[in-house]
Design a protein around this ligand. Sequence first.
Ligand code: KIV
Ligand code: ZN
Length: 521
Amino acid sequence: MTVSSKPASSKDRVLIFDTTLRDGEQCPGATMTFEEKLEIADFLDAMGVDIIEAGFPIASDGDFEAVSEIARRIKRATVAGLARAISADIARAGEAVRHAVKPRIHTFVSTSPIHLQHQMRKTEEEVLEIITRTVAQARNLVEDVEWSAMDATRTPIDYLCRTVETAIKAGATTINLPDTVGYATPDEYRAMFQQIRERVPNADKAIFSVHCHNDLGLAVANSLAGIEGGARQVECTINGIGERAGNAALEEVVMALRVRGDVLPYDTGIEAALLTRASKAVSTACSFPVQYNKAIVGRNAFAHESGIHQDGMLKHQQTYEIMTPESVGVTKTSLVMGKHSGRAAFRSKLKEMGYDLGDNQLEDAFTRFKALADRKKHVYDEDIEALVDENIASAHDRVKLVSLTVIAGTRGPQRAMMKLDVEGRVVCEEAEGNGPIDAVFNAIKAIVPHEARLELYDVHAVTEGTDAQAEVSVRLSDGGSSVTGRGADPDTLVSSAKAYLVALNKLIARGARVHPQAAAE
Ligand code: KIV
Ligand code: ZN
């Protein structure tokens, strides 16, 4: 059956706990700036997420500020802050979420023998005492306390039952049993919830939660199995970003429940038509590309290439699609905008695509759209998305590209002449390189001296044709942390410069060893 984007009613309600801003942000290279986190939080709230885990307040002042600000501005969803089972962590998390309409502290401790022995060096009894003390501390600060048994799936069931009972007795209102290392199979995970709910005497006093990692590609399957076992909260992230192989993807969990409501009779409050926009917003904010064949939100998720499939689709949409593209916010329209389109058409196009830009951002995006339309024969929705997303992402940048000229060809060395706006001052430099891209990056380094190392450089075309926009991803690492930047332009060298600058600006925002003022002096 094909489904609509509206949730059905009279089914068991499953709460969606989004941890894109916490577990998602722990994914190497996926860091977001303060402003990007606020934008994502607003989007998650608008989309109907029940609980937003906004960060790990003790981890850094930046994390604390982001969680506090999100707690202040979000009016509908619960806002959670993560805390280890340490008094200072819990106090900091409590402080960060205290202005939320619905605050939650999420505290966790490891329970598996392997973690207790090798990481924590604590006995089972000591951990039980820690649970009692820390959950009670959190409960003194807020009414809504979630407790997680880290590495629950590798914890013997008898001991896991004791930890859960202890946490509920100490005041936990949600019990999360994570598959921290992505080890469980669906049958095992379902059975774990069934057993815990049967055996723990006070189990009816808490909501149970799933939190699955994707090391074996089973995160979504395990999450669904956990729901069948009695869990009523799913912890997940947009695009499945997260530690190592990531977390369960929110869009996949939501659409599996929606499309297969016949065998999974559970509802979420998610407005599914916003899933594609959410995916793009997160991908842009953390400069983390979405794989082409990613379920639900990948660019090929609704593309049909083979003759047999195209033939079927032309005859009846349900021959090869189990949900409509519209149900997840993919519009089928492409080629409608061009160099003759005016401001009003552009504004309405953006609205239709789910963007709500302020006057200045709109004006900026329109100027860039016109410039693109002058250079490119067909402007597709994806082109507009790429330029608007880039615009939003660069709104707070301290270093911006003004112009770039490159001399390249068979007779090297290649040469780049670059102008950058460095905190309001235009600075020019020329540099040579071993190839045009090397020359471009050397010119940036000449203007903005820094020690960051280039870890990844990747190019792909946004749409078809030789005039397609090239989308470049660049990953820079500095002092143990890495950031990714993305840029799009019909000229690969310009997109390379843009991508490098996005990453560099992120490093500047994080206080890395980058010296924009050196060049501006
Ligand atoms: O994977 C995990 O166990 C976690 C906990 C902090 C909940 O992310
Ligand atoms: Zn996790």
